[in-house]
Design a protein around this ligand. Structure first.
Ligand SMILES: Nc1ncnc2c1ncn2[C@@H]1O[C@H](COP(=O)(O)OP(=O)(O)OP(=O)(O)O)[C@@H](O)[C@H]1O
Length: 313
């Protein structure tokens, strides 16, 4: 098995009284895509900023390719490609000019810079827009260029902070496809998301983070196995869903229940057997059920099981 490119041990960070990250440890190997999955405010961005040497941890340590990461660790930072959550580009420069600028920051010059820029524009599907100013780009195109800027120097570790938030489905698809290719090309990738499907599709291993703590870690299969034989029931419904969810929690056989975005999520022992009782309870609570689905557990179910809450938009 290849060596860890990134090692984070016992990371802790507070902002005043607020604990953003507490005792977070994980590692990412070459060729591996590691996902940090958690809701807004869970501590994903803070963890990433610690990993990239943009914040100093209050506790713990970080090594990138064996080098200790600090805010002044220039060599360690040169091994990282960091794609921040907010697009960080110059709107009045063209796509090519932006890439030239970021490439020069990584000491790329002359023909090498030109060649890499051409390759990246091709990879992110923006070759035909290379001469257009970024201010004329869609949100998804800006995101793709933002990722390209982090790739020019061929980083050993690529760190992506929720790169698909707010992008159109086509760009999202393109971003996910390229992230899949980075792992395959041997890069270590650290990817944060609150989209369960992205973590399932992209990540070899997933760390589930909530309230600043890593509550579980493993492959999808390992994480789902923690649930044993349990099922997941998802109801799309109308009415007082909070009250109905509380009622569901009290039903025998229901292990976890939460509601978000017009849906009620239940973790149950025997989905098919329990469904009629859940629908009965909905009827009594005056809740109109539009659809009901019983599925095998997925990472969303693992999250609900471990934290008692659903992942939210
Ligand atoms: N600079 C800061 N000053 C004060 N509090 C902060 C700061 N940065 C983050 N926090 C707090 O730390 C906690 C974790 O935030 P963080 O941005 O790491 O979460 P996240 O999982 O990345 O969420 P999101 O997806 O919304 O960015 C939150 O409670 C947040 O308000």
């Amino acid at each position: 098995m290849s060596q860890e490119v990134l090692t984070a041990r016992g990371l802790g960070k507070r902002f005043g009284d607020r604990v953003a990250v507490e005792d977070v440890s994980f590692g990412v190997r070459a060729g591996e895509t590691y996902g940090l999955l958690g809701p807004n405010g869970a501590g994903k961005t803070t963890t990433i900023r610690l990993v990239c040497g943009l914040l100093t941890p209050d506790a713990g340590e970080i090594f990138v390719a064996g080098r200790r990461m600090t805010r002044s660790a220039v060599r360690g930072k040169a091994l990282i490609g960091y794609v921040p959550q907010e697009v960080a580009l110059y709107p009045d420069l063209t796509a090519r000019e932006n890439l030239y600028f970021f490439g020069r920051l990584y000491h790329l010059r002359g023909r090498l810079l030109e060649q890499r820029t051409g390759e990246i524009l091709e990879l992110i599907g923006l070759s035909d827009r290379a001469k257009d100013k970024v201010e004329s780009f869609s949100g998804g195109m800006k995101r793709r260029l933002n990722i390209g800027a982090g790739l020019l120097h061929r980083p050993t570790l690529l760190v992506l902070d929720e790169p698909t938030v707010g992008v159109d489905p086509q760009s999202r698809h393109a971003i996910l496809e390229s992230v899949q290719s980075f792992g395959a090309a041997g890069m270590a990738v650290l990817y944060t998301t609150h989209y369960m499907e992205e973590a399932e599709r992209l990540c070899d291993r997933v760390g589930i983070i909530d309230h600043g703590r890593l509550v579980a870690e493993g492959t999808r299969r390992e994480l789902v196995a923690r649930l044993g034989q349990r099922d997941r029931i998802t109801l799309s419904a109308q009415g007082d869903l909070a009250a109905f969810t509380a009622k569901c929690r009290a039903l025998p056989g229901v292990e976890g229940a939460d509601t978000a975005d017009g849906e009620v999520h239940l973790i149950v022992d025997e989905g098919r057997q329990l469904l009629p009782r859940v629908l009965d309870a909905a009827d009594h609570a005056g809740v109109g059920v539009r659809s009901a689905e019983v599925t095998e557990p997925d990472l969303e179910a693992v999250f609900l099981h471990l934290t008692g809450t659903a992942l939210r938009e």
